[in-house]
Write a protein that binds this ligand. Structure first.
Ligand code: S3P
Length: 447
């Protein structure tokens, strides 16, 4: 049960005004976590600019400090990390509480399992209900030991290996977190670690490891997918990092602008890693007027600017193969689908059931509560858009899920009747200035 005194409810008023302006969205969450962890493992000093100062990433800073890294905040978004070197982290003197952050828990498991020490991970009610067996199973083969609650749930204690063995693992689920946990364990292993990834997922770990001087061999497989190899132990060399804006956060603004008539919003410096931008493709296929400008390479990643204008949208069928490149964007794409004319079908959403909430169920509940017609068929979701008309009037339970709260807030911008959210406090997990930024564009949220 959620502590009622901590809940921060919000009623979203109908506000038909156009959104206009030029903004930046907060730093990429995946890259922010990695920049702190990898620079803590590197030799030398790393200056990170544009770090996301959301709750999840702040949990990673606290954890890395407890493991001995020197991490200092110089000014807004600018942080300095002094690395300890691979295998040189120190045993934490207390439990590492990772709050709501699955990325912190899974990636840290890879790091901790390859350090000869004892550690305990825990998190909030949402994180404690999420499956960790997906990292425990492969990492246990490197010589480390894991003790968890039933079904691999947190709290989780880890006895790291003294001499880390290399792992060969074929990912049974498309998960960048599992892949990254194994690659992080590889850094301190003796020999070649192989990760076989049948369906490619975000490759920020591979990109940043290369940027820090690690040789990462990536081979395309005839049957599809990739084989990733790292020969450990290796040393990482710190380089300064500029974190681009998070495409997953940009997606909220894009959909808000697309569905508020007359909008025109320019978003500067957004990450455009092709394994993250499936939602941009889908929005365009739905008829969104979205343009990518000034595409360039920066620190091993592709970045650029986005320009979106309000437009009519129409329903589309989205193939399951696109899911890994837009896995965090389904809640907000469901809002776009509710606004569109015609039917949208999202196929293959099994992984949505193990996110910050069971997003498959919570998206359906959000839509139903606001009189949007929606059906499910196994792991597929079918949304019947009503050509710009959303009745609204519902109460949305956000289940400690930041992306659900933000999606329901944007649904509220076009709904004819007020939508009430039980709790918007989790928005700060990934997008602390979400409401301020949208109000700057003219959304008119009353907080
Ligand atoms: C992330 C990977 C994805 C994503 C999460 C961040 C990462 O999770 O949903 O928000 O930073 O590697 P999975 O790997 O579980 O799909």
């Amino acid at each position: 049960m959620v502590n009622a005194s901590l809940l921060k409810p919000l009623t979203v008023s109908f506000n038909p005004s156009a959104l206009k302006g030029e903004i930046s969205v907060p730093g990429d969450k995946s890259i922010s976590h990695r920049s702190l962890m990898f620079s803590a493992l590197a030799k030398g000093r790393c200056r990170v600019s544009g770090l996301l100062e959301g709750e999840d990433v702040l949990r990673t800073t606290v954890a890395m400090r407890k493991l001995g890294a020197k991490i200092e905040r110089l000014s807004e978004g600018i942080w300095l990390v002094e690395g300890k070197g691979i295998g040189k982290l120190s045993e934490p003197d207390d439990v590492l509480d990772l709050g709501n952050s699955g990325t912190s828990a899974r990636l840290l498991s890879g790091i901790l399992s390859s350090h000869p020490m004892f550690s305990v991970l825990t998190g909030d009610e949402s994180l404690r209900s999420r499956p960790m067996s997906r990292v425990i199973v492969p990492l246990s083969t490197n010589g480390s030991q894991f003790f968890s609650r039933e079904k691999g749930r947190l709290p989780l204690s880890i006895v790291g290996s003294v001499q880390t063995k290399p792992i060969t693992y074929r990912l049974p689920v498309a998960s960048a977190q599992v892949k990254s946990a194994i690659l992080l364990s590889a850094l301190n292993a003796h020999g070649v670690t192989h990760v076989i990834e049948p369906i490619p997922t975000r490759d920020h770990t591979e990109n940043m490891l290369r940027y820090f001087g690690c040789e990462v061999t990536i081979k395309s497989l005839a049957e599809g997918g990739k084989r990733i190899e790292i020969c450990g132990p290796i040393e990482l060399e710190a380089h300064d990092i500029v974190v681009p804006g998070d495409p997953s956060s940009a997606a909220f603004i894009l959909v808000a602008a697309a569905i508020c008539k007359g909008s025109e919003v320019y978003i500067r410096h957004v990450g455009l890693n092709p394994l993250r931008t499936g939602s941009f493709k889908v929005l365009r296929a739905m008829g969104a007027n979205l343009r990518i400008l000034n595409e360039r390479h920066e620190g091993g990643e592709i970045v650029g600017d986005l320009l979106i204008q309000g437009s009519d949208l129409h329903g589309v069928e989205v193939n399951a193969s696109l899911a890994p490149s837009m896995i965090d964007e389904y809640p907000i794409l469901a809002v776009a689908a509710a606004y569109a004319s015609g039917t949208t079908r999202f196929n293959g959403l099994k992984e949505l059931r193990v996110k910050e909430s069971d997003r498959f169920t919570s998206i359906v509940a959000m839509l139903k509560a606001n009189k949007v017609e929606v059906e499910t068929d196994g792991d597929d979701m079918i949304i019947y858009g009503n050509a710009g008309y959303v009745k609204g009037g519902g109460v949305v339970e956000t289940h400690m899920d930041h992306r659900l709260a933000m999606s329901a807030s944007i649904l509220g911008l076009i709904a004819k009747e007020k939508i009430t959210l039980d709790d918007v406090s989790f928005v700060k997990t990934s997008f602390p200035n979400f409401y301020t930024l949208l109000n700057q564009l003219g959304a008119g949220f009353e907080l």
